[in-house]
Ligand binder design. Structure first.
Ligand SMILES: Cc1cc2nc3c(=O)[nH]c(=O)nc-3n(C[C@H](O)[C@H](O)[C@H](O)COP(=O)(O)OP(=O)(O)OC[C@H]3O[C@@H](n4cnc5c(N)ncnc54)[C@H](O)[C@@H]3O)c2cc1C
Length: 315
């Protein structure tokens, strides 16, 4: 039987799991619905302006993650955020650089949106929109958990009752990212501004960060409450609601605005284990809802599930 592991999702968790398994000699195939890799490590270009629109930076605490970060630093894919008083790392030239580095040499099929997962005999068969069926020995799901559960439900896969209950409790808050250009330079500090209150919670100048070399391009993340309440509003309406607060923080008037809607931005709960692996079914779950709601948490979860699969392959 083909011994491939299919990983759904090319965010941090899926890619680091794929990379670790690939380096251990396992056969891996990553399916990603978007055109690019990275998931919530995302960079968007609007004309000449370039924005990190998802994760803005990452922190490093666990030695296992630190070892990977050293590798990325050596290859130039990440760097400490210059002038930051916090110990923060950023992707260079932008946050997607980390994902691109991880994907090198790994088989990643982009624009492959999985619509259903079902069990056929001993194998898993994954239905991919416009690309037909891909069958494999094992499947790892790294999309936000409600999306992963929907894929299994569509394919008629029933999980053990306790697990199904535990996974169904995992929720995420949304985030509207407002991506703006300005009529002049910003007065923002190099390493961004975090606000504890108000509709605007994070503001960063991508030009100062080195992401948008030609044009001042500012990313604003709006609060979970604001984002939930106004999730479907158009960009002009969102801008009008936060313009005054935004321009006060930025120190310059806004010229243009685009909105990116993150439906599953931040994992609100963390599952008690770093990943879920069902050896008898060869099915697993990983992502920031397991390792902790940040880039490092997603990475640790991906590494944990890779370790489980590696152990099974060795046995
Ligand atoms: C606005 C915002 C700001 C953030 N700021 C920070 C920060 O500053 N620092 C920090 O550490 N963390 C931050 N985070 C959190 C961090 O980005 C995430 O914790 C981490 O990137 C999650 O990685 P993941 O692999 O678990 O999930 P994801 O990155 O969501 O990856 C899942 C992947 O699965 C793909 N997918 C989903 N469904 C399917 C399907 N049906 N078929 C195929 N592919 C599918 C998605 O396209 C995606 O690429 C932020 C997140 C957001 C949204």
């Amino acid at each position: 039987m083909d011994n491939t592991t299919v990983i759904i999702g090319a965010g941090m968790a899926g890619l680091i799991a794929a990379r670790a398994l690939h380096e251990a000699g396992a056969r891996v195939l990553v399916l990603e619905k978007s055109r690019g890799v990275g998931g919530r490590l995302a960079t968007k270009r609007v004309g000449e302006a370039v924005f990190d629109q998802g994760a803005q930076y990452f922190t490093v605490k666990d030695p296992a993650f630190a070892a990977w970060v050293s590798r990325w630093q050596e290859s130039g894919a990440v760097a400490p955020w210059p002038e930051s008083v916090h110990r923060r790392f950023i992707g260079t030239p932008s946050m997607t650089a980390v994902a691109k580095t991880l994907a090198e040499g790994v088989e990643v099929k982009r624009e492959h949106k999985v619509s259903k997962i079902s069990r056929v005999g001993e194998r898993w068969c994954v239905e991919v929109e416009n690309h037909g069926l891909i069958c494999a020995a094992r499947v790892i799901l790294t999309a936000p958990v409600p999306q992963s559960l929907a894929l299994l439900a569509t394919g008629g896969v029933a999980l053990p009752a306790d697990l199904a209950t535990g996974l169904a409790k995992l929720n995420y808050s949304p985030c509207l990212a407002l991506l703006v250009t300005l009529n002049g330079p910003s007065r923002l500090p190099t390493d961004g501004v975090t606000k504890a209150n108000g509709d605007v919670r994070w503001v960063s100048d991508n030009q100062r960060k080195g992401v948008s070399p030609r044009v001042t391009a500012v990313t604003l993340h709006l609060s979970p409450e604001f984002s939930a309440r106004h999730y479907s509003l158009g960009e002009a309406e969102v801008l009008e609601l936060v313009r005054q607060e935004a321009e006060e923080v930025i120190g310059e008037s806004i010229a243009t605005a685009t909105v990116h809607r993150w439906k599953f931005a931040h994992a609100l709960e963390t599952y008690p284990e770093r990943c879920v692996w069902l050896p008898e079914h060869r099915l697993g779950f990983a992502g920031d809802a397991f390792g902790g709601p940040r880039v490092e948490g997603a990475a640790l979860s991906g590494l944990a599930i890779a370790e489980r699969v590696r152990a099974e392959l060795k046995a």
